[in-house]
Design a protein around this ligand. Structure first.
Ligand SMILES: CC(C)(COP(=O)(O)OP(=O)(O)OC[C@H]1O[C@@H](n2cnc3c(N)ncnc32)[C@H](O)[C@@H]1OP(=O)(O)O)[C@@H](O)C(=O)NCCC(=O)NCCS
Length: 158
C-alpha cells in the first residue's frame, strides 16, 4: 500500500536507498548535481525538520518511492520546493500530492510564497507547477525558470 507521510530522521536509510537508485538524470534535475550514493550527512539534512525545513515521502511497504521537501530561503518568507519521484511511479499523482503536502507545511510554517526552480527543458516539472498553480508564470533567471507562488491566492494551500 502506498502511503504519504512526513519524513524524519528514521527515514535516513530508506531515503538514501531511494536516492541511490534514481537514474542520474533525475538526481541532476532535482539536486543540480549527480548524487551516486549520497552521504549520511546529506540525507540527514534532507529529512530533518524544523522551522525552516520539512520533507515528505511516499512509501510502499517501507521503501521510499518519492520525496519532496521545502526549505525557507534567506528572505524568510519564501520556501523553495523540490520533488523527485521514482521513474516507474511517475504520472500517478505522487508529484502533485507531495507538492501540495510540502506547500501546505511551508505555508503553515509562515511562508508567504513558494519557489520552484527548474531547468527550461524540464517539461514534466514545469507542467507539474502549472498543474498545481495554474495562474503562476515562470520567469527566466540565470538559465533557470523560476516560479514564485503567492500562497494566499491558492485556496488549497493553508
Ligand atoms: C516532475 C516530477 C516530480 C513529476 O512527478 P509525477 O509524480 O510524475 O507528477 P504527477 O503524476 O503528480 O503529475 C501531475 C501533473 O503534472 C503534469 N506532468 C507530470 N509529468 C508530466 C510529463 N512527463 N509530461 C507532461 N506533464 C506532466 C501533468 O499535468 C500531470 O497531471 P496529469 O497526469 O493529470 O496530466 C517527476 O517527473 C520527477 O521526479 N522528475 C525528475 C526530478 C525533477 O525534475 N524534479 C523537479 C525539480 S525539483
Amino acid at each position: 500500500m502506498i502511503r504519504l507521510r512526513p519524513a524524519g530522521a528514521a527515514d535516513v536509510a530508506a531515503v538514501t536507498d531511494f536516492l541511490a537508485g534514481l537514474e542520474p538524470s533525475a538526481a541532476w534535475l532535482r539536486f543540480g548535481v549527480g548524487l551516486g550514493v549520497p552521504s549520511r550527512a546529506f540525507v540527514h539534512r534532507l529529512v530533518s525538520r524544523g522551522e525552516d525545513r520539512g520533507s515528505w515521502v511516499a512509501d510502499v511497504d517501507g521503501g521510499v518511492v518519492a520525496h519532496a521537501s521545502w526549505t525557507r530561503l534567506p528572505d524568510g518568507v519564501s520556501a523553495e520546493l523540490g520533488i523527485v519521484v521514482a521513474e516507474h511511479w511517475r504520472r500517478s499523482g505522487l508529484g502533485r500530492l507531495l507538492g501540495r503536502a510540502v506547500g501546505d507545511e511551508a505555508c503553515a510554517a509562515g511562508a508567504e510564497r513558494l519557489r520552484f526552480e527548474v531547468l527550461p527543458a524540464n517539461l514534466p516539472a514545469r507542467s507539474l507547477v502549472t498543474h498545481l498553480w495554474p495562474t503562476t508564470e515562470g520567469r527566466l533567471v540565470d538559465g533557470m525558470v523560476v516560479y514564485d507562488v503567492p500562497l494566499r491566492r491558492h485556496a488549497h494551500v493553508c
